[in-house]
Design a protein around this ligand. Structure first.
Ligand code: HEM
Length: 220
């Protein structure tokens, strides 16, 4: 791990690996949460399984937490190093000529997603940890759907979430294909396919999350 994070290439590689892990997490997270749109029972069953399975709770959850924190810390480290290495006057160049807004502003979209994650943890995760591990309350399968549904009763929260999901899309639009580039997955035939897939991914995943938030708001 120390070897991976001690050089710029190693850091970019490690950053890309954590990004790929988070890309998979997002698909799983969206799939489970989409169940809440189809009915309380399916969502309650899935949440109870995820919430009380020891492998998910004590192996996958800590790995996920590590990946999230690592990704953000490493993102900021790489950004600071890039800024220091950048020749004076670089940012006055016409950046849009050879790069996208999304690629030049990963730190901004990433910062908004980080702020969203703090709100999101406060909304759902802390409540869950308190319920199970601090207060030691018994398993009550039917609570999950109601907890989620009631969170989206407030318009301000739905608006904040939707803005964050929009910026998640912007972040993914560059991040998806960039993570493949950083691990050296470049090929004249496959790179265009990865880019096209990444474009669809960065549209459909945020749209799925937006759909969930808006669905619960309008069905209060
Ligand atoms: C409408 C959209 C979303 C809903 C309804 C939702 C719902 C939830 C819920 C209910 C939990 C608590 C799970 C538990 O520990 O029992 C959770 C945790 C979490 N969510 Fe979300 N989420 C949404 C979008 C997102 C997005 C876009 C991200 C990432 C950018 C994200 C990242 C996380 C993380 C990192 C956790 C903590 C890990 C875990 O234990 O599951 N969520 N979410």
């Amino acid at each position: 791990m120390a070897g991976l994070t001690s050089s710029t290439i190693g850091r970019k590689y490690a950053m890309a690996l954590s990004a790929m892990f988070l890309l998979i997490f997002l698909v799983m997270h969206l799939s489970v949460n989409l169940l809440s749109v189809f009915g309380a029972t399916a969502y309650n069953n899935a949440s109870q399984f995820m919430g009380y399975n020891p492998l998910i709770q004590f192996v996958m959850q800590p790995v996920l937490m590590f990946a999230v924190i690592f990704h953000f810390v490493m993102g900021f480290v790489l950004e600071i190093k890039n800024q220091r290495a950048r020749p004076i006057g670089y940012d006055k160049n016409n950046g849009s000529a050879n790069s996208t807004w999304s690629s030049r502003n990963m730190i901004i979209s990433g910062g908004v997603i980080l702020a969203f994650i703090f709100l999101h943890m406060y909304d759902f995760w802390f409540h869950e940890m308190n319920y199970k591990y601090v207060n030691g309350l018994p398993i009550e399968e039917s609570r999950f759907w109601g907890d989620l549904h009631s969170k989206f009763a407030d318009l301000w929260r739905v608006v904040l979430y939707v803005v964050a999901f929009g910026l998640l899309g912007v972040h993914l639009a560059h991040g998806f294909q960039s993570s493949f580039q950083s691990v050296g997955a470049r090929h004249p035939k496959y790179t265009p396919i990865i880019k096209a897939f990444g474009n669809w991914y960065s549209i459909l995943i945020p749209l799925g999350f937006i759909f969930i938030a808006v669905f619960h708001y309008v069905t209060q």
